[in-house]
Design a protein around this ligand. Structure first.
Ligand code: CP3
Length: 339
């Protein structure tokens, strides 16, 4: 298959496709026994730093399922390697030295990811060689808020206390971090596109932590710049923010080619918000893959039907696939989308 003819890329560019293209967030991961077999031999970070293994793991779900896109195997948090910031996965991310004060921020190094994340660029090239003729390759990064929240909190968080303390008590420090991080992410995406990524997805996993007012005023301008500059590299950009229900309008105000929709909102309602002239991606609740097959099939058909009202629709889960998923259920969902 020629990548230019792929239903995924055509849908991203706003063309209605005969068959709804489908891929799954976290499609290469622990729900696959062949992934777990690789992980018995190497740690998660060793895997991310071994381009050949990344290509192998990226291909695993494509060998099993009729997927319309592949995604680079990596993580949004490896970007800290360009900044000399340590991160561990146990299995959730942990940063032993969180950045909270003005002097912590001043000590940060803003390396060029095109140089310092060579192993990611090599992984893109290796994945691209592996997927060519089979499917387009999606590159990705975290959105600036999501990345700096890990930096400030020192890991995952429920309340984002430290991030919000900075936002509300030292707004200029927050702004400086957001701005510098956005510039670094632009370079990172440029490197991935130059290495062969056919599309880009930006993950704002923690968008939902902020009020609509703060997201719009303090975050959206940076997301808007990241999307605009990434589009300038010539590939479609998918913008996925979790906590959609209150940020979707803001996200739709960016130039993103595709608006990712999480599972917390009905796809039809999301299309009302973003407009029928936009391309949407989403949004089956990944936990439906843990339920009864008949329920999965019925709900998958509902999402496909709802997507027909959009300019074009890329079927996906509304968040990453659960590690407890039976791969046969993923197959059933994908085949249902295509039927
Ligand atoms: O298949 C793919 O989607 C590509 C690879 C990918 C991973 N992480 C692999 C991974 C992508 C695109 C990501 C994005 C990512 N990473 C996000 C944004 C999406 C989201 O979930 O909201 C975030 C917030 C992270 C940070 C991160 N990485 C967390 C919170 C964890 C722990 C998750 C857990 O369930 O334990 C990771 C680790 C991680 N990233 C794994 C994988 C396959 C599991 C690691 C393992 O093999 O032990």
């Amino acid at each position: 298959m020629d990548e230019d003819e792929s239903s995924f890329l055509r849908a991203c560019r706003g063309n209605r496709t005969q068959r709804t293209p489908v891929w799954m967030m976290r499609q290469a991961g622990r729900y696959l026994p062949e992934y777990r077999a690789v992980r018995e031999k190497v740690s998660f970070l060793e895997l991310c730093r071994a381009p050949q293994l990344c290509a192998e793991v990226t291909m695993q779900p494509l060998e099993r399922f009729d997927l319309d896109a592949a995604i680079l195997f990596s993580d949004i948090l490896v970007v800290f390697d360009a900044m000399g910031v340590d991160v561990e996965f146990a299995p959730g991310p942990r940063l032993p030295n969180p950045v909270r004060t003005t002097s912590d921020v001043a000590r940060l190094r803003w390396g060029d990811p095109r140089e310092e994340l060579r192993y990611v660029m090599d992984a893109v090239r290796a994945c691209k060689r592996a997927v060519t003729g089979r499917a387009p390759l999606i590159g990705f990064c975290g959105a600036p808020l999501t990345i700096i929240s890990y930096l400030i909190e020192g890991g995952g968080s429920r309340d984002f206390e430290h991030t919000k303390r900075m936002l509300f008590s030292a707004p200029e420090v927050f702004e400086g971090l957001m701005s510098a991080m956005t510039s670094l992410l632009v370079q990172y995406l440029q490197g991935q596109v130059e290495a062969g990524a056919d599309a880009i997805q930006i993950f704002d996993s923690w968008a939902g932590a902020l009020t609509p007012q703060d997201y719009r005023a303090r975050v959206l301008p940076h997301v808007d710049r990241l999307v605009r500059e990434a589009r300038g590299f010539g590939v479609p950009v998918i913008m996925f923010a979790r906590g959609n229900a209150h940020h979707l309008e803001g996200i739709a105000s960016t130039d993103a080619d595709v608006i990712g929709v999480d599972w917390t909102m009905g796809l039809s309602t999301a299309i009302d918000v973003v407009g029928e002239d936009r391309v949407v991606q989403g949004n089956l609740d990944p936990m439906l893959l843990l339920g009864a097959p008949e329920t999965l099939v019925a709900r998958t058909r509902e999402v496909v039907a709802a997507g027909r009202r959009a300019r074009a629709h890329v079927f996906n889960l509304g968040h990453g696939i659960s590690r407890h998923t039976d791969p046969e259920m993923a197959k059933l969902m994908i085949d249902t989308v295509h039927e």
